[in-house]
Ligand binder design. Structure first.
Ligand SMILES: NC(=O)c1ccc[n+]([C@@H]2O[C@H](COP(=O)([O-])OP(=O)(O)OC[C@H]3O[C@@H](n4cnc5c(N)ncnc54)[C@H](OP(=O)(O)O)[C@@H]3O)[C@@H](O)[C@H]2O)c1
Length: 353
């Protein structure tokens, strides 16, 4: 009988979380929207990643529907509920973003509240949420994705409080790893293709990253520790270089030229998109803000989470991005993944091998 459920189990964060939880001996219910299509994709991914799926159960769920489409009186043994489901994309309408990231997130809280053996709900928010009760976000100004994550965070915390659900919120920054192709990845794509004319923002712009493995280990550890209930953890690597240095580092690693000039964020906002190539929704991420990471760092340290040097992690991710042509060709098989980029990836103007 499953003891743990992961919503969004086919996602970039959900699938390695399922893998980690299975490896730790949990019986995991992987909630997918369609067992035949996305369920098969997940089991194929797990097989490719040498995962023992004896204790995996695939269940169908759509978080936009009130009871998630899960038959009542099933999954009574669930102790831990992870919500990694959501719409992570730019260019969504407010209605599209809200359906999963606000209404869907609330439905998951309500479903968790009805579990007789609930130990913890872990909800994935985002690092640009305030974590405090604040006025409703401005969807026009922030863009639908970021605004829906801020609203969703508040809704989840309020509903959990009302229903007495033991909640932990994870606020990861840009997660880097195999399968992350949006946000910062598009900037790396522009750099690789020689389409990044200038560094966006000033020298203090900080776009922190965290590796997928780091995040997944922390997520898997959270319910095991009672003191994490009621906490929000900003999970990101404080040692991430500021954005201009990060871009220069990746350019050096990939053997391409980094732009010498920079464009202030204020000017980027005013210039037409056709000129800058920048999605206006991503501009609010170009911030000099720093984040309250002390609690998450202490928890990661206390629980022995392995955190690689951020520069090595950026190199591995950049290699992966190039090797997969930024997500347009299949990921290399596990055995071939750690080959340095220059040994396996074609240059920007070369045909794919
Ligand atoms: N990736 C990052 O860098 C990052 C950083 C901070 C926070 N986050 C947050 O982490 C969460 C997961 O992100 P991700 O990168 O893993 O996204 P992803 O790869 O797009 O995965 C999203 C998952 O949500 C599922 N989903 C979407 N709508 C659903 C619905 N109505 N009902 C049930 N499942 C639904 C998708 O299922 P299908 O396969 O059926 O589409 C997929 O499994 C999001 O809330 C995102 O905001 C991500």
């Amino acid at each position: 009988m499953p003891d743990t459920i992961v919503f969004g189990a086919t996602g970039f964060i959900g699938r390695p979380l399922v893998r980690e939880l299975l490896a730790r001996g949990h019986h995991v219910a992987a909630a997918v929207r369609d067992a035949r299509t996305s369920g098969d994709r997940l089991t194929a991914w797990l097989a490719d990643h040498h995962t023992d799926t004896t204790h995996l159960t695939i269940v169908e769920a759509d978080i936009t529907t009130e009871h998630l489409g899960i038959p009542p009186d099933t999954l009574a043994g669930i102790r831990d509920v992870y919500n990694t489901a959501g719409r992570y994309a730019f260019g969504l309408t407010a209605a599209e973003a809200k359906a999963a990231n606000v209404t869907g997130a609330r439905h998951v809280v309500q479903w968790a509240a009805a579990r007789p053996n609930l130990r913890r709900l872990v909800h994935i928010s985002g690092y640009r949420v305030s974590g405090a009760d604040s006025p409703p976000p401005d969807y026009r100004k922030l863009g639908a994705y970021e605004a829906s994550k801020i609203e969703g965070d508040a809704v989840v915390r309020t509903r959990a409080r009302e229903l007495g659900v033991p909640l932990t919120i994870a606020n990861p920054s840009t997660v880097i790893g195999e399968g992350q192709y949006i946000g910062l990845a598009t900037m790396v794509a522009d750099l690789w293709h020689g389409r990044l004319p200038a560094l966006p923002g000033g020298r203090d712009v900080f776009v922190p990253v965290v590796t997928l493995d780091h995040l997944v280990q922390v997520l898997a550890n959270i319910p095991e520790h009672e003191a994490t209930a009621g906490q929000a953890y900003w999970i990101l690597d404080d040692t991430t270089p500021n954005l201009p240095d990060l871009i220069r580092h990746i350019a050096d690693h990939l053997g391409v030229k980094a732009p010498k000039r920079s464009i202030p964020v204020g000017l980027l906002r005013r210039l037409p998109r056709a000129l800058t190539g920048a999605d206006p929704e991503t501009l609010s991420f170009l911030s000099t803000d720093r984040y309250p990471t002390a609690a998450a760092n202490a928890f990661a340290k206390a629980t022995g989470v392995r955190i690689p040097a951020v520069t090595d992690a950026l190199n591995d991710w950049a290699d992966h991005l190039v090797a997969t042509r930024f997500g347009t060709v299949p990921e290399p098989r596990e055995e071939t993944r750690r080959v340095p980029v220059h040994d396996r990836a074609p240059g920007p103007d070369e045909p794919l091998r």
